[in-house]
Design a protein around this ligand. Structure first.
Ligand code: B16
Ligand code: MG
Length: 220
């Protein structure tokens, strides 16, 4: 690979640290139901849809609830989460990310967002990132949640990119799996402990240039 056709970024946990707001809102909801979970379990909620998340939380306690109640609980969690993200500003874009994106733009590499979140468009507005990305595929545009590759395949198609020459950046195990399932080049952003299936794992974007990253991927 000399230069990728495109780069597709997950949003929560890669561009901005909203994972903690998701975690706190789910924990608050779970506690109201007498269910508790910690950070390790929370890794399973990263990258998966709101619906899948509540199903996983209820399954901790073999809880079955009527559909209307599940909907009510999801809305409640989303209300808390939306209050938290309404505070976001461009200063919340993770360190190193603006420079990395700017260099990719200078290299004329098309950029996309591939997020499971139905709140992705709000977050992009708060971060003022709409002009940076040509394509935003989010939870409102897909049928199947990660680890299904749909979100990234739709992104690659919209960017006229070949998945096998497109880099996907992901912070969730389910997202790395989705990228691998779609035959993309997967870069895990975070800990090797959870993202070991990625083609390459980076801790974050601080001090990283696209040139360095492409070289690391080539040497792999
Ligand atoms: P919402 P990503 C994902 O976003 C989050 O990682 C995951 O924790 C969340 O459940 C999912 O979005 C759905 O979010 O409730 O806002 O629709 O990491 O794929 O950008
Ligand atoms: Mg994520």
């Amino acid at each position: 690979m000399i230069k990728p056709d495109a780069c597709i970024f997950d949003l929560d946990g890669v561009i901005v640290e909203t994972s903690d707001a998701h975690f706190k809102a789910w924990q608050r909801l779970a506690e109201s139901l007498g269910i508790s979970f910690g950070e390790e379990f929370n890794e399973q909620l990263k990258g998966v849809s709101r619906r899948k998340s509540i199903e996983k939380i209820l399954a901790i306690d073999d809880r079955e609830l009527p559909e209307a109640e599940i909907q009510r609980l999801m809305d409640k969690k989303n209300g808390w989460y939306q209050d938290a993200i309404a505070e976001l500003t461009p200063d919340d874009i993770l360190e190193g990310v603006p420079e990395f994106l700017e260099t990719l733009q200078e290299m004329e590499i098309p950029l996309g967002i591939g997020s499971s979140s139905k709140n992705a468009q709000y977050i992009m507005d708060y971060l003022q990132l709409n002009d940076t990305f040509e394509v935003i595929i989010d939870g409102t545009k897909v049928e199947n949640t990660k680890p299904d590759p749909e979100v990234f395949l739709k992104g690659a198609k919209a960017l006229s990119a070949d998945p096998s020459n497109t880099i996907v950046f992901e912070d969730a195990a389910s997202g790395v799996e989705a990228a691998n399932n779609g035959q993309f080049i997967s870069v895990g952003v975070g800990s090797e402990e959870y993202l070991g299936d990625a083609d390459l794992v980076i801790p974050n974007f601080i001090g990283l240039t696209p040139e360095k990253l492409f070289k690391q991927l080539n040497d792999n």
